[in-house]
Design a protein around this ligand. Sequence first.
Ligand SMILES: NC(=O)C1=CN([C@@H]2O[C@H](COP(=O)(O)OP(=O)(O)OC[C@H]3O[C@@H](n4cnc5c(N)ncnc54)[C@H](OP(=O)(O)O)[C@@H]3O)[C@@H](O)[C@H]2O)C=CC1
Ligand SMILES: O=C(O)[C@@H]1CCC=N1
Length: 282
Amino acid sequence: MLSRGKVPASSILASAPSDKNLDTWRESGCRTTHCNLEVLQESTLVFLATKPHVLPGVLQEIRPAVGPHHIVVSLAAGVTLQTLQRVRFLLLLLLLLLLLLLLLLLLLLLLLLLLLPFAPLLPAGTKVLRLMPNLPCVVQAGAMVFARGSGAGDGEAALLKSLLSSCGLCEEVPESYINIHTGLSGSGVAYVYLFAEALAEGAVKMGMPGGLASRIAAQTLLGAAKMMLETGEHPAKLRGDVCTPGGTTIHALHQLEKGALRATVMNAVEAATNRACDVAED
Ligand SMILES: NC(=O)C1=CN([C@@H]2O[C@H](COP(=O)(O)OP(=O)(O)OC[C@H]3O[C@@H](n4cnc5c(N)ncnc54)[C@H](OP(=O)(O)O)[C@@H]3O)[C@@H](O)[C@H]2O)C=CC1
Ligand SMILES: O=C(O)[C@@H]1CCC=N1
């Protein structure tokens, strides 16, 4: 967003406990702080980009400062819009413990237990959106999907899409697609790097220097992806176009089929999607 000039660096305030990542923000001209509440005080559009297990604590911290003017966007993998608006299970367990210890308050706490599952982590009606980016957003070639919570309307969705389009493909989807996108693309980038590494290592094995093999592997992936996007052709059709009968490619593809590449990649997407679903319950 910064490199495309979508937003001036001076309008961005980044917060984190340490300077590890904040140094990079400062180098880009952004302002930084160690106080999350300061971000809420100074900003309207707030991106929550902590690891998923840290997010509930951050939401509880910022809750008092969240108002109707805020648009809150969570990037945390697996954390559903419903979770974003609910009190943590741990809090319920704590209340259960208190319940046992404080028998005298039995009735009152029972009432709380009944009410708390419906108590939002963020104030009711907060404009919340859930976003799943991927790493190539850094080079404006990302693939992102987002879903809006009940408080977010067309204006908020349009704003997010307009800002993020500078980082790559950005689509609004039903929330049920977000975990699938995590398996396909958020995590999928890592499978592609593994494939790139294997391509290059194959070439190294056959005698090509590593640096050159790596650059050619990357360009091969870039070119194949560009062609798939620009022609709109199914990948099976493009793969067929490369195969000369009795030629080199079909011999190589046979080896990949023997190694169950397709089934393995499908299993990988399934595993990451399922893990994203589990994260919401952790
Ligand atoms: N990496 C990826 O490719 C993708 C990541 N995601 C999601 O994005 C999120 C971030 O992942 P990633 O960027 O890899 O993680 P990083 O660890 O690189 O970044 C997390 C940041 O959160 C900060 N942080 C930790 N605790 C707090 C707190 N209490 N208040 C404010 N900030 C805090 C950390 O601060 P400090 O620097 O001090 O440690 C760090 O800067 C995750 O939820 C992940 O699921 C989604 C799609 C792709
Ligand atoms: O591995 C993870 O959990 C995150 C989500 C998508 C990419 N990285």
